[in-house]
Write a new protein. Structure first.
Length: 275
């Protein structure tokens, strides 16, 4: 977030590693965890919603095909925006508070919940849902690629329940799914972050998505749409590896031995595999 929204004329960070160093030096290790309350409140519900919707949509579509995997994932991504957008708004505001051009400003928010409450009181539901359209544009195809990639990877690697390397294979498949999903829509994430950060410190720069794209490109060129990509991918692999592997292993454990042969490598991926 900090790399995505920093002022191009007075940049604070030269790159991912320099940003990491600067945060620790200026704000201690705790600076790396600014805004953690928001993901902790929302991610449980988001993952439950995503895997639940994806599973039921795939069943409703009837046939397990790559297209249906993509459509089911896209449906899940679209619906979870309801929780994802406010969560990321609070996270963004908390992560920027007291830094850079906002350093001299008074710290307005005590925590993520306090942040959302104050935004709601000041701007209403529209303020809470700032960046909803860009979040929807990002998440819908992103989750389609997310589940499609996982399905393809587990099939290609031949994930079998009796395979002694099944856990590493699931971790790798999940990690690659995360990377592909972020690469597919990353420029939109940059725009989303800028829109949600807009107005912090009392200064508003953008009138909407197109205005943000135009101004960002005019001032910084096409590279602006790749800002923060390295740190995002470094995060994406372990996070999504853990997510997919945990869901898959948990479902394998919960299912009875009689049904284990019919289990799929993903939460709802049906394929000729003992998983």
């Amino acid at each position: 977030v900090r790399l995505q929204v920093q002022n191009v004329e007075k940049p604070l960070y030269r790159g991912t590693f320099h940003c990491f160093q600067s945060i620790i030096k200026q704000e201690s290790v705790f600076g790396l965890y600014k805004g953690i309350g928001s993901p902790m409140m929302g991610l449980t519900f988001i993952n439950a919603l995503v895997f639940g919707v994806q599973g039921n949509t795939l069943r409703a579509l009837g046939k397990d095909t790559p297209l249906n995997q993509f459509l089911a994932g896209s449906a899940a991504g679209a619906i979870q925006c309801i929780i994802c957008c406010p969560m990321e708004l609070a996270k963004t505001r908390m992560q920027l508070q007291g830094t850079g051009e906002y350093k001299l400003k008074m710290k307005n928010y005590k925590n993520s919940l306090d942040c959302l409450i104050k935004i709601y009181r000041k701007e209403g539901l529209r303020g809470i849902n700032r960046g909803m359209v860009s979040t929807f544009i990002r998440e819908t195809p992103s989750f389609g690629f997310y589940f499609l990639t996982y399905d393809c990877m587990t099939r290609y690697l031949g994930c079998e329940a009796e395979d002694s390397y099944v856990i590493p294979k699931l971790l790798f498949s999940g990690g690659m799914s995360g990377i592909v999903s972020w690469l597919s829509t990353y420029p939109v994430d940059v725009i989303k972050s800028r829109l949600q950060a807009d107005g912090v410190g009392g200064v508003t720069q953008y009138n909407g998505i197109l205005d943000c794209i135009r101004k960002s490109y005019h001032e910084e060129g096409w590279r602006v749409f790749t800002r923060g990509l390295t740190s995002t991918l470094l995060r994406a692999f372990p996070v999504n590896a853990a997510t997919f592997a945990t869901v898959t292993v948990f479902l394998m454990y919960m299912r009875s031995e009689d049904n284990l042969r019919e289990c799929e490598p993903g939460p709802v991926i049906q394929q000729p595999s003992s998983l």
